[in-house]
Design a protein around this ligand. Structure first.
Ligand code: SF4
Length: 352
């Protein structure tokens, strides 16, 4: 029988376990420093902890629950891992290098139930939520790819899955990072992305933790958004914008709207005008993401001149606009693409 994951425990829960085992709750900080700060891969190396406690740790908990089944490196320094968990589930995580920044993109679910038609993860449907420890494990695996002097500086929760649909496990993981003995990555350096679930956005705002919020909009009106993001049919853009405005009012954090630009689908001048009118005066920021072409999907990347016009129109409306640089173009960097390819290879090879 496999052991539970140590990283499923909060700092407090680990302290309680240490208290029960050896009457020394402060050992939790030491253990956490080994895992999050000193990149320990084994309980045995934790030499400032008694042999008895190390033995009990090894008998009770697993430090990792995944295997790396694929590791891709791009010429621009981007790295991507495909992890396989004990139940055979696969998730992806990405490390991006930009100047001094080391940003990692993590997944929160196996598959995704939102069904966005331009997304490889959406094609596969929802399988299950990741646990707190499985979410943190992606960080630990990525952290161990870095050079000794490098540190993860930013986290974007934009990988596979809808983060707001697994909020309790995600929030416990993010809080653990900022607790004593964690990685010291605070809320300002963490961005949570959502397809736009208004109740969950309000729940997050009510917590008083000022994470950066990114809303994946992808269309300037409901008619188009319903075709790209099917879950929109029962939500609608006005309800999403109202919740996002509330998030801004309560936290003071400017909301980012993500917009995957799909050639001849949502990249016209008229659509840019409509989007500009929608976001004008909201203190919002829009991040345009040129489509990363996935061969299984019928969408193209936007042509340069159309994208330039699109940006100009948004800026004329006073909406702060950026175009995301393409990272890892020579690897399977689009969301869910690596997992999809791996599953296809298994199918081709007839491996269960
Ligand atoms: S884009 Fe995000 S929300 Fe949409 S299907 Fe893919 S993983 Fe899910």
């Amino acid at each position: 029988m496999s052991l539970p994951l140590l990283c499923d425990l909060s700092r407090q829960e680990l302290a309680e376990w240490c208290q029960a085992e050896v009457g020394q709750p402060y050992r939790a900080e030491q253990i956490r420093r080994w895992i999050f700060g000193k990149r320990a891969n084994d309980f045995e190396v934790m030499t400032d902890i008694s042999a008895l406690l190390r033995k009990r740790l090894a008998e009770t908990y697993a430090l990792f629950a995944s295997e790396i089944v694929s590791h891709q490196r791009s010429i621009d320094g981007t790295e991507k891992l495909l992890l396989e968990f004990r139940d055979g589930s696969h998730v992806e995580c990405v490390l991006m290098r930009e100047g001094d920044r080391r940003t990692i993109c993590i997944s929160t679910q196996v598959g995704c139930g939102m069904g966005c038609v331009f997304c490889a993860s959406g094609m596969m449907g929802f399988k299950r939520n990741l646990s707190t420890g499985e979410i943190l494990e992606q960080l630990l695996r990525m952290d161990r790819l870095l050079d000794p002097e490098e540190r993860i500086t930013n986290i974007v929760v934009m990988g596979m899955g809808e983060p707001m649909a697994n909020l309790p496990n995600l929030l416990k993981a993010l809080a653990s990072l900022d607790e004593k003995g964690g990685m010291g990555i605070g809320v300002r350096r963490i961005t949570i992305s959502t397809v736009g679930l208004p109740d969950k956005i309000r729940e997050l705002a009510a917590l008083g933790r000022r994470y950066n919020l990114a809303v994946s909009l992808h269309a300037p009106n409901d008619a188009l958004r319903n075709t790209l993001v099917p879950v929109n049919e029962r939500i609608g853009i006005p309800a999403i914008l109202a919740a996002a405005d509330e998030y801004f009012d309560r936290t003071g954090r400017r909301v980012t709207y993500e917009y995957v630009v799909l050639r001849d689908v949502n990249d016209s001048a008229e659509q840019a005008e409509e989007l500009g009118r929608l976001l004008k005066g909201r203190g919002a920021h829009i991040n345009l993401i040129p489509m990363n072409v996935v061969s299984e999907l019928p969408f193209g990347d936007p042509r340069g001149e159309r994208l330039t016009t699109f940006v100009e129109i948004l800026e004329r409306h006073g909406v702060a606009t950026t175009v995301r640089k393409r990272k890892g173009a020579d690897i399977d960097a689009a969301c869910g693409q690596l997992r999809l390819r791996h599953l296809q290879q298994l199918e081709t090879a007839n491996i269960p």
